[in-house]
Design a protein around this ligand. Structure first.
Ligand code: ADP
Ligand code: ADP
Length: 238
């Protein structure tokens, strides 16, 4: 079955063609890199998958749902099936690691701050399990802003796992990390994706990293797909 089906997607921002006729089908469990320079449309493409942005033209189906027709409860349900990881981690620095894993982005922006003791024990147990999986066991009570960038991104990955996603979208997850942490975080994302059978779409601008990482490499340039190939089949000189 297909996790994501994009057909003829065009997105204009004023006079800018951020996406210029993108068609892309991603199978369930596929691990895909979107490779492109800054401004090539990677973020815009990812944002359409959970309807953070709406197409100027074209159609998108995600997990069998026609995204354009979803709103309210249906849209929340779809978003609950899609975990997201960002370049800037989007943690609350003053909160502990565990609090960040337990509180989703919306809860933290709109709701009162809850003590971690107010979460059901099952949720805390799950959060600690995810922290263990990402290599942060024992750090749950540390303030998030005392962690390295690579560790902060691991917290963000643990937070995304709390919703038991079927799809993981990662938008330049290692763009602000040093090369060694970048490789580690990318390896972690791929391992977790495989373990859980997640469909993973990850944008990157680093060619070397992209070529050695996923099952499939999709290249974007100026809003168009210019390359779509099994990752192992990529010729470094092309
Ligand atoms: P990438 O993620 O590959 O860096 P983006 O998707 O962020 O590329 O941007 C693609 C193009 O669309 C760029 O020209 C960018 O400036 C433009 N763009 C992206 N988001 C917006 C926005 N919200 N408003 C106006 N222009 C935007
Ligand atoms: P990226 O890391 O994808 O290149 P940027 O750092 O360029 O993203 O942009 C960060 C945010 O600003 C994105 O959400 C993008 O949609 C928005 N954005 C990018 N370009 C523009 C633009 N020209 N006008 C308005 N918003 C933009």
């Amino acid at each position: 079955a297909h996790a994501v089906e994009i057909d003829g997607l065009v997105k204009l921002y004023g006079g800018t063609r951020a996406l210029d006729g993108v068609s892309l089908t991603v199978g369930e469990g596929e691990i895909v890199v979107l490779l492109g320079l800054s401004g090539s449309g990677k973020s815009t493409l990812l944002r359409h998958i959970n309807k953070l942005d709406v197409p100027t033209e074209g159609h998108i189906r995600v997990l069998g749902e026609d995204v354009a027709s979803l709103r309210g409860k249906g849209l929340r349900h779809l978003r609950s099936r899609i975990g997201v990881v960002f370049q800037q981690f989007e943690l609350v620095g003053s909160l502990s690691v565990l609090e960040n894993v337990l509180t989703g982005t919306l809860a933290r922006l709109s709701g009162p701050r809850l003590g971690t003791w107010m979460y059901p024990k099952e949720l805390r147990t799950a959060a600690l399990g995810h922290l263990d999986r990402v290599g942060l066991a024992g750090r749950e009570h540390q303030r998030s802003d005392t962690l390295s960038g690579g560790q902060q991104q691991r917290v963000a990955i643990a937070r995304a796992l709390m919703q038991s996603p079927e799809i993981l979208l990662a938008d330049e997850p290692v763009a602000s990390l040093d090369p060694e942490s970048s490789q580690q975080v990318m390896d972690l994302i791929r391992e977790i994706g495989r373990e859980r059978g997640l469909t993973v779409l990850c944008s990157l601008h680093q060619v070397e990293l992209a070529m050695s990482w996923g099952d499939r490499l999709v290249g974007l340039r100026a809003g168009k797909v210019v390359l779509d190939t099994p990752a192992s089949g990529v010729d470094r000189d092309s």
